[in-house]
Design a protein around this ligand. Structure first.
Ligand SMILES: Nc1ncnc2c1ncn2[C@@H]1O[C@H](COP(=O)(O)OP(=O)(O)OP(=O)(O)O)[C@@H](O)[C@H]1O
Ligand SMILES: [Mg+2]
Length: 312
């Protein structure tokens, strides 16, 4: 359990906080994050797959010493999975026990109804958990991949994010003592409704520049030889300019560095690329397009760019 740290007091402190959690972030991201924390507004992060959206919430929870509550969204996500559910089996047991004890009168039955809709029989799901007080400070609530849910759920979420309060018909309203720090992510497989976006501060996370990606490799894959890391970054950056169905994210770059390091590579060569392309690209059409001559061409571009010797 981490110690509770105060929220960052400036953009520089926010940058320092991120790097303290091994997150290499741009100033623009640190600025919007600082503001979200300062103003107590949810942060809505959009971007391609594997560019470090989810990681921000994890790093924030870790560096601020807060509990991380994660709601993974999917199609068909409903209140029972996201907010709360009554524990029917335990309620049934309670009823059976009461019956056995002979709850006969009308008032007995009324008090039994009261008893079984007690917090003891409530199963709390992430959104409700995130409203619960914590001595470490309000938790970080990660609502991950919101674009996978449907619009009714989004509308419900909007209500929760508006007043950090949830109403349970049998119990009444449960309000957050302190609003959680909310990070919402989307891969933009569909547009999120304006009403929800309006509640949030917005930031688009792009693929990193070569400098930043190299920095990420240095921090996250320190075992990779320096020359190899540089070639990996240049190759991946070149690959992202190709017309592919699915471009590699930072996650893939890190995996590739790990894979090549495991294979004891100190530099890229055409064979090693062809043999490990499945770490970077996950669609057969993309692999078929790059494997072989195209990979060799990209590699020779990369090598000549890195040595600064243009081959005429
Ligand atoms: N700026 C960064 N600094 C350090 N590590 C990073 C950075 N960006 C991404 N990573 C690393 O890349 C991996 C993928 O990041 P993450 O899971 O957050 O991506 P994502 O955007 O949520 O992807 P997806 O859309 O697939 O869920 C993680 O292992 C994370 O540590
Ligand atoms: Mg993610």
């Amino acid at each position: 359990m981490g110690d509770k740290s105060p929220l960052p007091a400036s953009v520089d402190e926010t940058l320092a906080l991120l790097s303290g959690g091994n997150y290499v972030g741009e100033r623009s991201l640190a600025t919007v994050l600082f503001l979200a924390l300062k103003l107590g507004r949810p942060l809505f992060l959009e971007g391609e797959a594997g560019v470090g959206k989810t990681e921000i919430a994890k790093v924030l929870a870790e560096t601020l010493g807060r509990r991380l509550v994660r709601l993974q969204c999917y199609e068909g996500l409903d209140v029972a999975a996201a907010v709360y559910e009554w524990n029917y089996p335990r309620q049934m047991v309670e009823i059976r026990v009461a019956e056995a004890a002979g709850a006969a009168t009308a008032s007995d039955r009324a008090s039994l109804t009261n008893d079984i809709f007690d917090e003891r029989f409530l199963i709390e799901r992430p959104l409700l958990q995130a409203l619960r007080p914590d001595d470490r400070g309000a938790p970080v609530l990660l609502i991950d991949e919101l674009d996978r849910t449907d619009e009714p759920f989004e509308a419900f979420l909007l209500e929760v994010l508006s007043d950090y309060q949830i109403t349970i018909p049998e119990l009444g309203s449960i309000a957050a003592a302190a609003p959680p720090i909310v990070i919402v992510t989307s891969n933009r497989t569909r547009e999120i409704h304006d009403a929800l976006k309006r509640r949030c501060l917005y930031h688009w996370i792009d693929y990193p520049t070569a400098e930043r990606e190299l920095e990420i490799l240095t921090v996250k894959a320190p075992a990779a030889p320096a020359k190899l890391s540089q070639e990996i970054v240049s190759f991946v950056q070149a690959l992202r300019k190709e017309d592919l169905f699915k471009l590699p994210g930072i996650a893939e770059t890190l995996d590739w560095a790990e894979a090549l390091t495991q294979l004891d590579k100190v530099a890229l060569d055409p064979q090693a690329i062809d043999d490990t392309l499945g770490v970077l690209l996950k669609y057969q059409d993309d692999i078929a397009k790059i494997q072989g001559s195209e990979a060799a061409r990209l590699l020779s571009d990369v090598k000549s760019e890195l040595t600064g010797v243009a081959i005429a």
